[in-house]
Design a protein around this ligand. Structure first.
Ligand code: ZZB
Length: 258
């Protein structure tokens, strides 16, 4: 799978993450990095998700930058030229997902330039970077999770303000309008992020509808089809230094770490 790695610079660590990384980052800027298949939706980021029981690390990329992601993802990056020197990884600190929640980060290209890190039940430690950038207008999982969080802020141990950014319309589709994910979630009568089977179906529908029939509503490629805009947004973000190519050698990694 060829993903786009999105670099979300830390603006303010949560108190517990701050304590865990104290004195360990040096002069480096720290970023949460999310793997996405939909760089053209980055305008609509409203938050970022981590798994609360997933172990993350803060890894040195070089002298200037450090990434928060899973060890597995850092290993992949070290073989893809993102983390240097090749094949070598230096973990500066270990971070439990629960500790990262509440961290404020920059969301590159997003209409809301700063967002918060929130918890999601269904983050897989074995996919991407283990960090998921959230676009509730176009991702059913992100939309449903955001709604769950808003309903039960105490249960999820979050401040209501962290989940307060509303979905932003960024792509229009003929069948579902300007908010594809909320419309599909409603159509499939999805009630919570625990409805994983229906959410998988919703994701499939949203992917197809967005890719084949979507039109950009915002940004430099406004009015263009998603098919045309997708590679252009990706290239622009990579050129701007806020994204990078990230490949996932499916199966291989799993059999290696087993
Ligand atoms: C932003 C985004 C916007 C995404 C959207 C999707 C959609 P796939 O197809 O199964 O490979 N993702 C990335 N890593 C993880 C993880 N570790 N655990 C759970 N979810 C993860 O899935 C790739 C997509 O799943 C990624 O693209 C990411 O969410 C999420 F409008 O990034 B995406 C219809 C989907 N729309």
């Amino acid at each position: 799978q060829e993903y786009t790695g999105i670099k979300m610079e830390v603006v303010e660590w949560s108190p517990s993450a701050k304590a865990a990384i104290e004195g360990k980052v040096g002069e480096r800027k720290a970023f949460l990095v999310a793997a996405t298949l939909r760089p053209e939706t980055m305008y609509g980021q409203t938050n970022c998700f981590v798994g609360t029981s997933i172990k993350y690390g803060l890894f040195a990329v070089n002298d200037k930058e450090a990434f928060v992601c899973t060890l597995r993802a850092a290993r992949n990056m070290a073989f893809q030229g993102t983390i240097t020197p090749r094949g070598h990884i230096e973990q500066l600190a270990e971070l439990d997902g629960a500790k990262i929640v509440g961290t404020r980060i920059k969301a590159p290209y997003a209409i809301n330039p700063e967002v918060y890190v929130l918890p999601m039940d269904n983050v897989l430690a074995t996919k991407g970077t283990g960090v998921v950038t959230s676009v509730p207008s176009d991702s059913p999982d992100d939309y449903q999770t955001l709604m769950d969080l808003r309903k039960k802020t105490e249960f999820y141990k979050i401040e209501p303000a962290w989940a307060s950014i509303d979905p932003v319309p960024v792509i229009s589709t003929p069948t579902y309008g300007d908010m594809t994910a909320p419309a599909i979630v409603k159509q499939l009568k999805i009630q919570s992020q625990k409805d994983t089977k229906q959410l998988a179906e919703a994701k499939e529908i949203a992917y197809k509808e967005g890719f084949y029939n979507g039109t950009m509503l915002v940004g430099e490629y406004k009015g263009e089809s998603v098919q045309d805009a997708k590679p252009k947004v990706r290239e622009a973000m990579i050129k701007a230094g806020v994204a990078f190519a990230y490949a996932e050698p499916e199966g291989l990694v799993i059999s290696r770490s087993a």
